[in-house]
Design a protein around this ligand. Structure first.
Ligand SMILES: *Cc1c(COP(=O)(O)O)cnc(C)c1O
Length: 355
């Protein structure tokens, strides 16, 4: 796809202090935009200075939430090169999300190819400090100016780049999790597997409630029985049994199929651990934590990579996992996966794509 270049003549000052970048506050000089029109397909790919977008207030995304997004990172390696981690998987998921939301899928090759063009312009916005990266946010919104509920005939795809700080500025930190047994995030036959804003909108109130109770995140149960474990916050959930076996809820349509989840499962197998995808009853999990059979637990996602869980609060009872610290398998997986992503150790899986 031909990408029109309209580069800025007034580049911004890049952040000097990388220690307080945080997440998603700062944006690079440029953005990528591509339009879709029914009958014409994807057209007018362009890289422009980062700018506000103008939308008709009647446009579909603002009323009915026809929107999808992705999240991945560009890493600066010790050799000073730049690399992505399994970006094809993000664009494949983006296409599946588009299909579920009745939107126009962006071909995987076009997504990756145009992203690499944007990065060729702005990759120097990738910060340098340990654990920092350039967060990449592909987004698609429905732009028909029409209040009827229907699939839009026009879409806008755009990509933002945001230099972001280390998720764990002071080392991996275990968090307490609140098992939510009244609100649900997604339901069978719904949009849980799609990366779409609506799932996040459904989750916000429960997140506020968990924080009010002193917990970092919500553990989501399934939307049918409110009994089977689905995800933790916006991460996938894993439990280590008896110091050797990693078990995670099987994908069922309401769980988001995380690329970190898949990577952890593949790596764990290669590292000699047993793995299993299963339906996990919260009552069994609670009993297994109490009996000491569950020795570690952690969430997985692009932002944190691995997030150790120290305890669950279930029906008013606090259940501490192991000694409440960071388990050695959790640590091992975190170090290996981030080592590959940041180019510090060799990639045995062919996951890394050079920019
Ligand atoms: C993005 C996301 C994840 C994690 O997916 P990764 O590909 O590992 O970043 C998990 N759950 C939800 C709800 C998500 O939106």
């Amino acid at each position: 796809m031909n990408v029109q270049m309209n580069l800025t003549t007034t580049p911004k000052q890049k952040p000097v202090d990388e220690s307080n970048l945080g997440f998603g506050h700062v944006f690079s000089d440029h953005m990528l935009l591509i339009n879709y029109t029914e009958g014409k397909g994807w057209h007018d790919a362009r890289i422009e200075p980062y700018h506000n977008i103008s939308l008709d207030p009647a446009c579909q995304v603002l009323h009915y939430g026809q929107e999808i997004f992705e999240g991945l990172k560009c890493y600066r390696t010790p050799k000073g090169e730049f690399q992505l981690f399994r970006p094809q998987a993000n664009f494949e998921r983006f296409a599946r999300s588009a299909e579920r939301m009745g939107m126009a899928p962006l071909p995987v090759e076009e997504g990756l190819d145009t992203l690499l063009k944007l990065l060729s312009v702005d990759k120097e916005w990738t910060p340098h400090e340990e654990g920092t990266s350039l967060y990449i946010r592909p987004t698609m919104i429905a732009t028909d100016a029409f209040l009827g509920v229907s699939a839009s005939k026009t879409y806008l795809y755009y990509v933002l780049l945001s230099p972001s700080g280390a998720y764990y500025a002071e080392g991996l930190a275990p968090v307490g999790i609140y098992v939510e047994d009244s609100y649900v995030r997604a339901v069978r036959g719904g949009i849980g597997f799609a990366k779409t804003g609506g799932n996040y909108a459904a989750s916000i109130l429960a997140g506020v409630k968990a924080k009010k109770n002193g917990y970092a995140q919500v553990l989501w149960l399934d939307g049918v029985h409110q009994r089977y474990i689905e995800e933790v916050g916006a991460m996938n959930m894993m439990f280590v049994y008896e110091d050797k076996k990693i078990v995670t809820p099987a994908l069922n349509g309401s769980i988001l199929p995380g690329i970190t989840r898949d990577s952890v499962l593949q790596l764990a197998k290669k590292m000699g651990y047993e793995t299993e995808e299963a339906r996990m009853d919260i009552n069994d999990v609670a009993a297994d934590i109490k009996a000491g059979r569950i020795t570690e637990a952690f969430g997985t996602g692009t932002a944190a990579v691995v997030s150790p869980v120290s305890k669950l609060c279930y029906q008013g009872e606090e259940l501490q996992i192991g000694d409440g610290g960071i388990g050695h398998i959790t640590m091992d997986l975190y170090n290996t996966l981030t080592g590959i992503q940041f180019g510090k150790i060799e990639d045995p899986m062919g996951w890394v794509v050079k920019v």
